[in-house]
Design a binder for this molecule. Structure first.
Ligand SMILES: *Cc1c(COP(=O)(O)O)cnc(C)c1O
Length: 373
């Protein structure tokens, strides 16, 4: 369904509906590695080239960001294809110093085949401008906002202008906000990257990723990297993602409202010394409101007044919130980020992914887990 008179949220609900008598109302998973050939060899003959289930998911994702979507087997497979497509030998790839750890590691591993990673603070526009002007070859600006796990907000419109002035493609890792809350392609990005593993699928049951772009040549190139590299999505995973995506507006609006309430509650708690959430951080609140008009997302983090062991004890004391990594699921989860090797987050930082449980239940659980100061 692509009726432009109908809202993107409504179109999302009807993803895969064929409206033909006798056809299934929803897209079923197509479990076939080969299809009956039309005679000419084509992408549709063999399952590495395409699958009707991905096509329906790509259509749904395309509705959200008014773009062409290319689905991959994970967010990292999507990142790798983007880096290989855009960051060529001799180029520089500017990554946020506090962004997703595995993006930095991947860029570094791809150095012999791709670009040289350079870490910058994306809130420091002068530093970004200098870094973009620096390299003799080309540059790629790999932004992320809000960042994982510090939830720092970068000004996408300003970064987009700097990238355009430097003729550098801007990519935005939009995993935390999703296209529902933030539209990077309207703010100068050539590609919007999303790990569908998180909020987009939303039920902690799939690993998937996608790139959204309005650049037809880039979409084609990404599909070619996907077919040749084989980082394809499975039909069952994509079917689950379609199912999850239909309720993304409901989930993320509720999660954002609850996260904002919890951020306020935590900020007033005597055992908490800093809360990181776009909706309460005063320095970037105006930017966050402008580029995330529907909410600030399900993810927040806070620093405990205490040691790593104190934070571990709080996490273990929860009765409702699950000790687990990742984020964006219907079930609230939390973890001490510093337990991961290579993570630069403060030792006592707890990252909380707010689910769809009632806010009062989560507040009660947090209070009992934090205990008395
Ligand atoms: C999880 C995540 C990724 C990687 O996605 P996978 O699906 O785990 O491969 C990329 N960026 C961000 C911000 C993430 O949180």
């Amino acid at each position: 369904m692509t009726d432009p008179a109908v809202s993107a949220d409504a179109r999302l609900v009807h993803t895969g509906t064929r409206r033909q008598p006798g056809e299934p109302v929803v897209q079923p998973p197509v479990l076939a590695s080969i299809l009956v050939s039309a005679g000419q060899p084509g992408a549709d003959d063999y399952g590495r080239g395409g699958n009707a289930t991905w096509a329906a998911l790509e259509q749904a994702l395309g509705e959200i960001e008014a773009a062409d979507a290319v689905v991959f087997s994970s967010g990292q497979a999507a990142s790798m294809a983007l880096m290989l497509a855009l960051a060529r030998g001799g180029d520089t790839i500017l990554l946020p110093r506090d962004g997703y750890y595995n993006a930095r590691v991947l860029a570094d591993r791809l150095r012999p085949h791709g670009a040289a990673p350079v870490l910058v603070d994306m809130q420091d526009l002068a530093a970004v401008e200098t870094a973009l002007a620096g390299p003799p070859g080309g540059a790629v600006l790999w932004a992320e906002t809000p960042t994982n796990p510090l939830l720092r907000v970068a000004d996408l419109a300003a970064l987009g202008r700097l990238a355009a002035d430097a003729a550098a493609p801007m990519i935005v890792d939009n995993t935390v906000a999703t296209g529902l809350l933030q539209q990077p392609l309207d703010l100068g990005a050539v590609a919007s990257l999303c790990s569908l593993t998180k909020s987009a699928s939303g039920h902690s049951d799939v690993i998937l990723g996608a790139v959204m772009t309005r650049d037809a040549a880039l979409a084609e190139d990404l599909r070619s990297w996907r077919t040749l590299g084989g980082g394809i999505a499975g039909p069952v995973e994509t079917w689950l993602a379609i199912r999850g995506l239909k309720t993304l507006p409901l989930r993320i609006e509720r999660q954002s409202a609850t996260a904002l309430a919890l951020a306020g509650h935590l900020a007033a708690h005597p055992r908490v010394h800093t809360v990181h959430y776009p909706g309460v951080r005063t320095g970037t609140l105006a930017i966050a409101r402008a580029q995330m008009p529907r909410g600030f997302g399900p993810l927040l983090s806070f620093e405990l007044d205490g040691t790593a062991a104190d934070a571990d004890a709080v996490i273990a004391a929860a009765r409702l919130i699950v000790p687990a990594t990742s984020f964006g699921g219907v079930d609230s989860t939390w973890e001490r980020r510093g337990r991961w090797a290579g993570e630069t987050a403060p030792e006592s930082l707890i990252r909380l992914s707010v689910g769809i449980e009632p806010a009062e239940d989560l507040i009660a659980d947090i209070d009992q887990a934090l205990g008395r100061p």
